[in-house]
Design a protein around this ligand. Sequence first.
Ligand SMILES: NC(=O)c1ccc[n+]([C@@H]2O[C@H](COP(=O)([O-])OP(=O)(O)OC[C@H]3O[C@@H](n4cnc5c(N)ncnc54)[C@H](O)[C@@H]3O)[C@@H](O)[C@H]2O)c1
Length: 259
Amino acid sequence: MELKGKRIIVTGSARGMGAATVRAYVKAGADVVGMDVMDDMGAEVAAEADGMGPGSASYMHVDIADRASVEASFAAAIEQLGGLDVLAHPAAIQRSSSASDVTDEDWDLMFAVNVRGTMVTNQVAARYMREGGNGGSIINFGSISGQRPEPSAAAYSAAKGAVHSWTRTAAGTWGADRIRVNAILPAMATPMYMEARERSTEAQEEVAYWLNRHSIALGEEYGDPDEDLGPVMVFFASDASGFITGQMVPVDGGQTNVK
Ligand SMILES: NC(=O)c1ccc[n+]([C@@H]2O[C@H](COP(=O)([O-])OP(=O)(O)OC[C@H]3O[C@@H](n4cnc5c(N)ncnc54)[C@H](O)[C@@H]3O)[C@@H](O)[C@H]2O)c1
């Protein structure tokens, strides 16, 4: 019950790390509103988590790339929750493209969802947290792709680099209000990861092994979102992480820094 009484919004809650985060928070006693564009799956994840208790979960639609949608859904969620203590923000998209052939459309879509979506959700959440007067925790999602060259995902890599620098700036801006902003850099076996692997040719898979899995010191495999990420999300939502802000935190079996 580490999160008893915490009021939390989780974006991207229909699957992958967002869904695992909803489950971890409800298990720790929090009241959670999950949000996504995939409404059937989002509602199913929330209903299942709600049934497990001891916290609660419900679901609302949001398109994080659309400010009006974020304003409306956050207002409704925060009214239901009675305030906001934590925003966990895993929602994002991934697309493949090389630096030579990435199109204007792909670039703009990637930046609308992954970068503007982070800016808008963070701004709206921080405004409510400031009004509440008790500080808060915003947990963004960066990537090792934002720390190094990513030849097969040029726009995604650039967008995640932008999420990292936004996270540092927002942490500096809102620190005086005790609003913490950190970013998790995960390596987890989720639908996003599996879909990227399924799109790969055999040659690309070979490159991906040496680039991505070989460097995971803890077993050369991507982690499990419930077992390996859930407890970290609870920590960053809890008061135990109250003096940590502006950090890029790899939860990746060592992928970013070890080998
Ligand atoms: N899987 C990995 O190993 C990995 C590695 C590095 C970074 N990341 C990052 O971690 C985060 C979570 O990734 P995941 O693997 O769980 O992804 P996922 O694709 O499994 O889940 C992402 C969720 O975001 C939702 N979403 C997409 N666009 C949206 C929008 N406009 N509005 C609202 N919701 C939207 C999707 O519907 C989906 O439910 C992402 O930010 C991703 O870039 C993942």
